[in-house]
Design a protein around this ligand. Structure first.
Ligand code: ZN
Ligand code: ZN
Length: 100
């Protein structure tokens, strides 16, 4: 998994990240800590299946594979849905976007 701070993802600056997509599209300056801008970017500018990883079960999505693996055991909603469906193995719900 490559570091996501490189160009092309809409943020620059190491301390305060700016959503360049908002800036270019709406002339809106949106700055904040990295995690917040990343979260905003994923929600606002990427559809679900464009995120590098997403879970079809609970719709969790993220950039980092480690976070993705961790959500299977740590994300309450995921565990709840597994229980509801009576499924033991999450594997078939975990999707890695091949374009990333
Ligand atoms: Zn934005
Ligand atoms: Zn999930």
């Amino acid at each position: 998994m490559k570091e996501q701070t490189k160009s092309g993802h809409g943020w620059s600056d190491r301390k305060r990240y700016q959503c360049l997509r908002c800036y270019h599209v709406k002339g809106e300056v949106r700055v904040g800590p990295r995690y917040r801008i990343m979260d905003h970017f994923l929600r606002q500018h990427r559809t679900l299946d464009q995120a590098p990883f997403h879970c079809k079960l609970c719709l969790f999505r993220c950039f980092q594979f480690e976070d993705f693996q961790r959500h299977v055991t740590n994300f309450p909603r995921h565990r709840m849905l597994l229980r509801e469906k009576g499924v033991e193995d999450s594997e078939s719900y975990l999707v890695r976007n091949p374009n990333q």
